[in-house]
Structure formats: C-alpha cells, structure tokens
Design a protein around this ligand. Structure first.
Ligand code: SIN
Length: 325
C-alpha cells in the first residue's frame, strides 16, 4: 500500500471541453472546465486516495507553446522530486499530446524512473458533456496506472488512452476522431525504455531553436527551403513519402540547406512505422539524419531539444543526441 498522494496537472484539451449540444459532440470548445471539476466528476477519492489537482493551463493543445512546455516540465519535475507525490497524471489535448510526450520523455524520463514514479498523460476524443464521453474512463485508468507504478514497475513517462497504457514517446495521433487515435500503433507497455545515460536538460529561458516541418509530395518546389534558410531556420524535419523518401526537387534544396548548416531530419508522413538510415535516401552523403520511429511532430521537438543540448554542452553533436531520444 503506497502512502502519499497523486498529483493531477491540467492542461486543457477535449477532456475538459464542452459541446453546445451534447448529442453533436464534434462541435465543441476544448479547455472549458477545470481539472478539479474533472476529478470531482469521476469521484474516486475513496479508492484512489487524495489527488491534488493543479491547473497549469486550460487550452486547446493546438495552441501549445514552448513556454507552456517548459512550465509543465518544471511542474512535473517538482512533483517527481516531492516525496509526498507518488505519481503524476496530466490531462492534455490529444492533438499535440505526442509532442508533449516526447518532450517529457527526453527531459524527465530518467528522473521518473529514478524515483520509480509514473507520469501519465491522458485526454479524450469526446468533450466532457458528450453522451459517451471517454474522458472519465481515461482519467480513471490513468490515475490507477500512476498509483500502481511502483508495484507494477511501469514507471517513466507514460500515457493511457482507450484502455491502452503505453510509453508517452509512442503516442501518435493517427485518426481524426477514433477513440484510440493516439495509441492504435503504440507498443505494449513493457517497462521504461531509455537510450540515454541522463535526461536532456529541461530548457529554461533560452530561445528554442527554430525548426520547421516540410512535407514532400508530388510537384514539390524548393523555394520554401530557400525562404526558410534566408530567414534563419536552424532545423528542418522532412515529412517524407513512404519510407521517408523525398521529391528530388525538394531534396536538392535540402542538401544545400544541410551544407548551409541547417539540421535536416528525414521522417515519414505515413503515420506509422520507422524510417531507416540510408533507405532510400543517402543520409550520410547528404548530411541528413533519419528520424527512426519518430513522427514528424515528435521529430521536430526531438530536434529542438538535441540542438539546444548540443549548443549548451558543446561536447556532443546534435546528431548523436537526437539518436538517443
Ligand atoms: C486539443 O488537442 O486540445 C483538442 C483536441 C483533443 O483534445 O482531442
């Protein structure tokens, strides 16, 4: 039996959303009710013990900012370091949950494992007042996952959606409205996975590097690359076709961008699977890097963190840091 309490951090999202007509749940506003209200609605105190609710933000996650990611990161760190907190749950919009997931995994995953605590991201695909709202079930399951982490040894930065627990790093939204949109291709949870010896530093005030995502498609033009380089972009993630292949017109300008010092990472726009090094593009010769199993939005956050870390530590290049996320 664990003593201590759970910490519930609210970020907003559909789980805190309201539809003007509950029978038409596709039309709603995200981030309308507080995380304390969500907790109150599921009425769990008797079997889960005390849960401390803290509202960090109440937004539609499409409006997530780097400042908010940092605020959330420091709130999670404080919770992990607090002996009275046995686990943390974060309610978050599903649209960018995978980005927050990879951010927390890279910066706080080792710390969470060190303290044998779970940080569980959850959200909902239906607003809180929809007839069959999925939020209450997801929140309940996430709280139990966080509470039991020490006993089950499932700690680290996790997620719980549609009854499926997974590593938050494995989240990837692959459907516009299915209830399991984020976890449909996530691996089963099988203990924490960390390739790094230590967490990456939690960004502070520092300016995050400017990294954009460019999609490869038939009829691609290279001018966008030229414009971005002229404006000072520091990294470009390619959302390539299939295995991360790139239209030759775009590829030519991106090879030039890499020569100009822009960090270029090649991912796939397909939504699932991995992009392997050198297949089908010659990454080494072009000074690009493959994103492996990171989706374009996750690769963007990972590249920002890798560039930040490489700039501050100067002992490791961004490529070797990126490869460990
Ligand atoms: C959001 O990401 O905040 C809106 C969509 C959702 O939570 O499902």
């Amino acid at each position: 039996m664990n003593s201590g309490h759970l910490l519930l951090l609210g970020m907003g999202g559909t789980i805190a959303g309201l539809a003007s007509d509950p029978s038409k749940p596709m039309a709603y506003q995200a981030g309308q009710i507080s995380v304390a209200e969500l907790l109150h609605e599921i009425g769990l105190e008797s079997d889960i013990g005390h849960v401390e609710a803290m509202q960090v933000a109440n937004i539609d996650s499409r409006h997530m900012t780097e400042e908010l990611l940092i605020t959330l990161g420091w709130a999670v760190k404080a919770g992990l370091e607090d002996e009275a907190v046995i686990g943390i749950v974060i309610t978050h919009g599903t649209d960018t949950m995978e980005e927050t997931g990879v951010f927390l995994h890279a910066t706080l995953g080792k710390l969470a494992s060190h303290y044998k605590k779970a940080v569980v991201l959850t959200g909902a695909m239906l607003p809180s007042n929809a007839d069959h709202a999925d939020g209450p079930l997801n929140l309940r399951a996430a709280l139990y996952l966080a509470k039991e982490a020490k006993d089950t040894e499932q700690y680290g930065i996790l997620a719980m959606m549609a009854g499926k627990p997974c590593l938050a790093r494995d989240l990837s939204k692959q459907h516009t409205h299915a209830l399991d949109a984020l976890v449909v291709n996530a691996r089963e949870l099988d203990g924490p996975i960390h390739k790094r010896q230590a967490d990456l530093s939690l960004p502070g005030e520092a300016q995050w590097p400017w990294v954009e995502i460019l999609t490869s498609h038939g009829g691609a033009k290279g001018e966008l690359v030229d414009a971005l380089v002229a404006q000072g972009v520091e990294g470009i993630v390619i959302a390539g076709t299939g295995q991360g292949s790139v239209n030759r017109v775009l590829a030519e300008r991106l090879v030039w961008a890499a020569q100009m010092g822009v960090a270029v990472v090649r991912s796939s726009r397909t939504g699932a699977g991995a992009v392997f090094s050198e297949i089908p593009e010659p990454d080494t010769a072009w000074n690009w890097l493959s994103a492996r199993d990171l989706s374009p939005p996750k690769a963007r956050i990972a590249l920002q963190l890798a560039l930040l870390e490489a700039n501050s530590r100067k002992t490791e290049d961004w490529q070797s840091i990126f490869a460990t996320i």
